[in-house]
Design a protein around this ligand. Sequence first.
Ligand SMILES: [Zn+2]
Length: 205
Amino acid sequence: MQKFIRFFLAILIVILTGTVIWMIAAIKNNNAVGGGAYRLQFYMPEYTPAKKMAGDIARMGRPHESEKIMRLILEGKIWIAPNLKDRQGVYVATLGLVQRIYLDKEALESPAAFLDRLRFLDMPVEYKNAFGYITLAGTLFHEFMHYSGHLDEAYAYDQEIRFYENMQKSTFYIELSNREKKYYDWALESALKSVQKAREMEVGK
Ligand SMILES: [Zn+2]
């Protein structure tokens, strides 16, 4: 009996230690994104735009990744960060235990408002919406690369660049009206320039 109790206590200690370490990792993750982050759940207002974005990634030519991102949403691995500041999204992993993709609340709900917050573009709202939407899709795609184990920045940036480069061949683009195509052509060209610049700054040429 005593042997059994000792065994039970040992198991309990292992579980408790594991839980505490996991909690520390979760807190570290939350701090890394400016705090206040929460799991995206189906009843939240951010859920609809997040699902639409994940679905659009398939229409943008990446059905395989879209399906996996959709699964991450259902599994609660996509979180909303209200304090990401100048980033639309980021992948954070602590101690290999807590792995999450965080999306900026405003970037998701209102791409133009997010850009206004950064005072990034002085353009008509249609251009800002197109640029904000495309780059959020690109960011989610990039962070998903990290989530899937590609931690190398050069690789993730190259994938993101290819994502933009091929978009004009996709259903998403083809089904846009001529007027919308004008906004998206400009947005894609600008997204490519800005991701190439970011790649250069982070990993060199
Ligand atoms: Zn990255």
